[in-house]
Design a binder for this molecule. Structure first.
Ligand code: SAH
Length: 243
């Protein structure tokens, strides 16, 4: 691993006051795993102030004292796209959180649908996955992760200004290009069903909502985690903030 390119999320505040100090978990990673030592540089972001180049003044497995060298990036939020997804098995769910974070999603909302295989959703684990993906993909923010809610509960309190695109595997949805092109500059959300798909009653309820629209990702049936990556990639390319 090339030194100096390490990039970490930390919740410390960079206000130019006290020397920023990292606690035990991160010190263990930097010292024991990445083998950093005093004099090495790293990039830190805190989901608030931007990104900072820091130099290690003192490091042990318990504590790392940093010297702030310069601000390298301002804080920014990505385009306003949310992901609603039905939690899958552990590995697939990890994949969803990682890819959604890399693809610039602003908020992740786990939803419990009729055929969702679990209602024990570990959002703490989601957060750890999102942090790793944000570090790796050079985000300066973290996606917000909401506690899991049943789909119908989410829909009753839905902000009608936010278009909800539900990924419809039945072939009855609008084609993804024409749907998402219209979303440019608008806040939106994409909803992907579980491995078992949506129940017929769920689809008909979704189709009745004024703020929702069914979208087709093509004639092949995708795995739920593939559908998440495909839907978010399409939205970013057609309506989002890819530059
Ligand atoms: N078990 C279902 C497939 C579910 S796929 C069946 O065999 O028919 C899981 C989820 O991925 C779906 O609920 C849908 O949201 C999304 N999805 C998969 N393929 C899709 C497609 N071609 N278009 C739109 N959404 C799709």
């Amino acid at each position: 691993m090339k030194k100096g390119k390490i990039r970490i999320y930390t919740d410390i505040v960079f206000d130019g006051g006290f020397a920023p100090t990292l606690g035990e978990a991160q010190s263990h990673y930097l010292y024991n795993v990445m083998k950093l030592s005093a004099g090495d540089d790293l990039l830190c972001f805190n989901n608030r102030d931007g990104e900072f180049l820091c130099r290690i003044e003192k490091i042990s497995k318990k504590e790392t004292r940093l010297q702030l060298l310069e601000k390298t990036r301002n804080f920014e939020r990505p385009a306003d796209i949310w992901l609603l997804f039905a939690p899958l098995k552990k590995d697939q769910t990890d994949f969803v959180i990682q890819k959604a974070t890399e693809l610039g999603v602003l908020r992740i909302l786990p939803v419990i649908t009729k055929f969702t295989i679990t209602d024990k959703v570990k959002t703490e684990r989601f957060r750890a996955q999102a942090i790793e993906a944000a570090e790796q993909s050079r985000r300066v923010d973290l996606p917000e992760i909401q506690e899991a809610l049943p789909l119908e509960k989410l829909l009753v309190s839905w902000d009608k200004e936010r278009k909800l695109y539900f990924m419809d595997e039945t072939g009855n949805g609008r084609d993804v290009v024409s749907a998402f092109v219209e979303s440019k500059g608008q806040k939106a959300a994409v909803l992907v069903g579980p491995e078992g798909g949506f129940e017929a009653a769920e689809l008909s309820a979704l189709r009745k909502l004024s703020f929702a629209e069914g979208v087709s990702l093509g004639r092949r049936i995708l795995r739920a985690e593939t559908a998440v990556a495909a839907a978010l990639s399409c939205w970013q390319a057609l309506a989002g903030d890819w530059r």
